[in-house]
Design a protein around this ligand. Structure first.
Ligand code: FAD
Length: 591
């Protein structure tokens, strides 16, 4: 099954769903134009469809090979990675000082979607590297950046992100990997990390591990964590590869999906300690890692979008071909393509609508990051920073869930063939399933949204967003176009539910925090169906203004509002009425 980058849908989401058009008009990106965006996206689409997508299946079937501490990726992967990095895709947003192109985050977001739609197991490697570039660029010392950053930007070397240990998953503060001062400004790292994405591989000749560890005199918990750069190979004075560092992959995991991506257990310090270089200050590792994780979280949301898009394309193609049953009134001798059955139409529309809603939420988050970096007035930059902070857990968790839901619908559209590996529909579902788990589980994202992001600026960040959603609802209601059906009414109810649930949660933070924690996941979903509906409606309104081809975008917005945003009322009840029932039980039905 091929992948065709959905350039029209991506362009529409960018232009009309995220506010890119006004951003370009006001010069946020200098003299970049929409045509420049389209040219880059077209090239990325070709790279994704022609070079990466054909490797998805072999990556799944062959997986990776682990022998004597070395990992070999599936046939063709190294060549594809080389072609991809030589295209300059790894450093799209990176500073030009280090060989990057300083292009907008929102443009990169669309590209990240494509890499991961083509092959999520391929895309997850660069995802970590791009996030590391951000954190290293902000927190790394100048000598360290001079030595390592350019090769990371060009993709000649790949990064890893190393937090997880057997006893420290969601609870990062429980990590035990030790760092000792060596007396020469470097550190000796000893310990074990598990589940490390691309911890070892043959794609590049050096690997830069970004490792969280604890100094002997560090305070307990997350306040006592430092971040270290631990290269697989140390460098000679002239920058060439030198001695092998004391870090190795002990094994690779056998996983449900993402087989093409090596997930490694890593051992540091077998021979006395791996040489590490500190990033940022001692004990400030979590702040540095958060820069890295926030970018990675948005990218995991984009993985969900990419998988959802691929599943939708595949299901649509199958539904056009497969004939079963008759439509009402059809002669007994005939059979209809399943795409014509109302229940299959519902599945396909769900797939398309959920994908476009999640896509727009992710792109809007990326544009907020751009405004936070490039806005010319400090207050606007701060507001954009808060907007990006608010939307990041939503972009990650809502979209990762959509990836799983849509991939599962994709299997369903295929019937029995979906359960058979040959069609590739099953692989998409297996690959998608990690999205809600890694980069902070979706439960942890929901807690982050409720306990850290809603209170931002004394609630000002979420209030400003709610006001924007209300503005979209008003515009829909003012349009009065019968083709929009119940869209205005459903969105109005959804945004009101979101407002009430938000205030209820904010009032419970502190003394009744457990009530808020119990409602966090349904609240995040409520946020998604309300915001997603509004963003699709905004695109439908733009399509109406543009003229004759508006019908499909109106139909999509209407479908989402009438089938998903309408769930907001029930979700509000789950948040505000369901918490006590959750807290009074533990899921154990009999002693
Ligand atoms: C394929 C793969 C790749 C990965 N890549 C990396 C990587 O490159 N680098 C890295 O460092 N890690 C990586 N991980 C690890 C991943 O980030 C963790 O698995 C994840 O953070 C969850 O931690 P855990 O598995 O220990 O689950 P746990 O923390 O044990 O969580 C189990 C369940 O309990 C819930 N839970 C836990 N604590 C709380 C709480 N306080 N409140 C409410 N609910 C809670 C969780 O939401 C979850 O549902 C990877 C994992 C996999 C499977």
């Amino acid at each position: 099954m091929t992948y065709n980058a959905p350039l029209a849908d991506m362009g529409f989401a960018l232009r009309y769903g995220t506010g890119l058009a006004p951003a370009l008009a006001e010069g946020l990106f200098g003299d970049l134009t929409m045509e420049d965006f389209e040219a880059v996206l077209g090239e990325a689409g070709r790279m994704a469809g022609e070079v990466i997508a054909p490797l998805n299946r072999v990556g799944d079937q062959d997986g990776v090979t682990f022998k004597d501490g070395a990992v070999t990726t599936a046939p063709g992967w190294k060549e594809a990675y080389d072609a991809w990095r030589k295209g300059g895709w790894n450093g799209l947003t990176a500073p030009s000082q280090w060989g990057g192109q300083e292009l907008p985050q929102v443009l990169n977001a669309a590209c990240v979607e494509m890499w991961n739609a083509a092959s999520m197991a391929f895309g997850v490697g660069p995802l970590v590297s791009m996030s590391a570039i951000d954190a290293f660029g902000v927190h790394g010392s100048e000598p360290l950046k001079r030595a390592y950053l350019e090769k990371l930007v060009t993709g000649e070397w790949i990064a890893t992100m190393q937090l997880t240990e057997p006893q420290a998953g969601s609870d990062v503060g429980a990590l035990r990997t030790r760092a000792e001062r060596a007396g020469d400004g470097t550190y000796r790292i000893k310990g074990q990390k598990i589940f490390i994405t691309y911890g070892e591989h043959d794609l590049t000749d050096n690997i830069l591990h970004f490792v969280l560890a604890r100094l002997p005199d560090a305070p307990p918990g997350t306040r006592g964590i430092s971040l270290f750069l631990v290269p697989k190979f140390l460098l000679n004075a002239d920058g060439s590869l030198g001695k092998r560092n004391d870090v190795r992959a002990h094994s690779v995991e056998h996983k449900l999906g993402l087989h093409g991506s090596p997930t490694c257990t890593m051992i540091f310090g077998d021979q006395g300690g791996a040489t590490g270089f500190i990033i940022g200050e001692e004990n400030s590792g979590m702040a540095c890692m958060f820069t890295m994780m926030n970018r990675a979280r948005l990218a995991v949301g984009l993985q969900g979008v990419g998988i959802a898009e691929r599943a939708t394309q595949q299901a649509l193609a199958y539904a056009r071909e497969r004939r079963q049953g008759r439509l009402t009134g059809m002669p007994a001798t005939e059979s209809a393509p399943i795409i014509e059955h109302p229940d299959v139409k519902r599945m396909l529309l769900s797939m398309r609508a959920l994908t476009q809603a999640a896509r727009t939420i992710c792109y809007a988050t990326a544009l907020a990051l751009d405004r936070a970096e490039r806005g010319d007035d400090k207050a606007a930059r701060q507001a954009a920073h808060d907007r990006a902070s608010l939307l990041t857990p939503l972009a990650k968790a809502f979209s990762a869930d959509i990836g799983v839901e849509v991939a599962s619908l994709g299997v369903q559209v295929h019937g029995g063939m979906g359960f058979i590996e040959e069609t590739g529909a099953a692989q998409l579902l297996r690959d998608a399933r990690i999205g809600p788990i890694y980069e902070g589980t979706n439960g942890i994202q929901a807690i982050d949204l409720v306990t850290r992001k809603l209170p931002l600026g004394g609630g000002a960040a979420v209030e400003a967003y709610l006001a924007e959603l209300r503005g979209i609802v008003d515009a829909v209601n003012a349009t009065n176009d019968p083709a929009l059906g119940w869209t205005g009414v459903r969105l109005e109810d959804a945004v009101e539910s979101l407002e009430r649930a938000t205030r209820w949660l904010l009032a419970r933070l502190g003394k009744e925090a457990d009530q808020a924690l119990a409602g966090a996941s349904p609240y995040l979903r409520l946020f998604g169906v309300a915001a997603g509906g509004c963003l699709l409606a905004q695109q439908a309104l733009a399509a109406l203004r543009l003229g004759p081809d508006a019908a499909p975008r109106i139909a999509l917005a209407r479908f989402f509002a009438e089938n998903y945003s309408v769930q907001a009322g029930a979700l509000e009840r789950i948040v505000v009425e369901g918490a006590s029932g959750v807290l009074g039980a533990d899921g154990v039905l009999s002693a």
